[in-house]
Design a binder for this molecule. Structure first.
Ligand SMILES: C[S@@+](CC[C@H](N)C(=O)[O-])C[C@H]1O[C@@H](n2cnc3c(N)ncnc32)[C@H](O)[C@@H]1O
Length: 295
């Protein structure tokens, strides 16, 4: 059993270091996820682990604790609509508008074990010779080192490849290795993975045309959402796009991003400066013309 004081201490370091919010109803998460860390690190209990952390500054142990507390649920082509919109609308548009530079930069901002970024890589491969000569970069980042390790290897269990992946994609892009499946190097090499905390300085990401920041804002409070989205929006190029998770929206958040209702779902677009009024919002006539709405 973990004491109230130590529970609150774990909640506070999680919030400070990652922005994630947990409350007493998630006590079982602390218990199940920190038990193995306490054992590995030689503490008799989770309480002892908490007290140890309180007494001795240990950034590595603290990072392990935060890492263990992250929720890493993900699967290939999750929710499908963002991938359909990319395939049917955004890539065809960029092929026209970026014809000169032939460069597209994509960032998966909380990539977990890699399924989201590899889904995009497979989608790009499927576009075939249309993209010959194009430089398409996919960066994938996450706060958790242990999910990034799996992501870099690109090895998934039978259960993981059964979630969201069609059989033709599985046969085309994976090699079976015993009970697991590994993505072929041609797909793995399209994505670069590294650790990045969304609360930290994001300038190393550089300019990006497409951001997937999905199923992470739901774990943040409004203040953290505002902070993270403002800094992500700064990196998005004019007319660049942002995809959120199925249950996420930018309600109550100030940003130069406007919601676009596509045929198959919605996403956010950073309007070119000339299209914005003084608040950074797209002008009404422009919004009407493009079928966008503010949320
Ligand atoms: C639920 S997963 C979402 C994965 C993927 N985007 C998807 O939608 O399937 C959320 C991920 O956010 C990461 N995360 C949590 N806090 C973070 C932070 N402050 N900075 C970067 N990543 C964070 C977690 O480690 C986890 O892998």
């Amino acid at each position: 059993m973990v004491s109230k004081e130590i529970l609150q201490y774990f909640f506070s370091i999680l919030y400070q270091d990652s922005g994630l919010i947990l409350d007493e109803s998630k006590k079982y998460l602390i218990e199940t996820r920190l038990e193995p860390i306490a054992a590995q690190e030689g503490f008799a209990s989770i309480d002892a682990l908490g007290r140890g952390l309180m007494q001795k500054r240990s950034p590595i142990l603290r990072q392990k604790v935060v890492d263990a507390m992250t929720t890493n649920e993900t699967y290939f082509f999750r929710d499908q609509t963002p991938f359909t919109i990319m395939q049917e609308e955004i890539f065809p548009e960029f092929l026209r508008t970026k014809e000169k530079s032939k460069r597209i930069r994509i960032w998966c901002a909380a990539s977990s074990t890699g399924q989201e970024s590899y889904s995009l890589a497979m989608l790009i491969k499927e576009m075939g010779p249309k993209l010959d000569g194009w430089n398409i970069q996919i960066q994938a980042t996450d706060i958790s080192e242990h999910v990034l390790e799996q992501a870099r290897k690109g090895i998934y269990s039978q259960h993981e490849v059964q979630r969201g992946l069609s059989t033709p994609y599985l046969l085309r892009y994976f090699t079976q290795k015993g009970l697991t499946w590994q993505l072929k190097p041609e797909i793995r090499n399209m994505v670069s993975f590294r650790r990045l905390n969304l609360l930290s300085n994001l300038s190393s990401v550089g300019d990006v045309d497409v951001v997937f920041c999905r199923n992470i804002l739901i774990y943040f409070d409004l203040k953290t959402k505002q902070n993270v989205i403002s800094r992500i929006a700064d990196l998005i190029t004019p007319n660049g796009v942002l995809f959120l998770g199925g249950s996420e929206a930018l309600m109550g958040i100030k940003s130069p991003l406007v919601r676009v209702e596509a045929k198959k779902g919605s996403y956010y677009r950073k309007s070119a400066p000339s299209m914005r009024n003084g608040n950074g919002d797209r002008t009404l006539s422009e919004s009407k013309r493009r079928g966008v709405c503010q949320t």
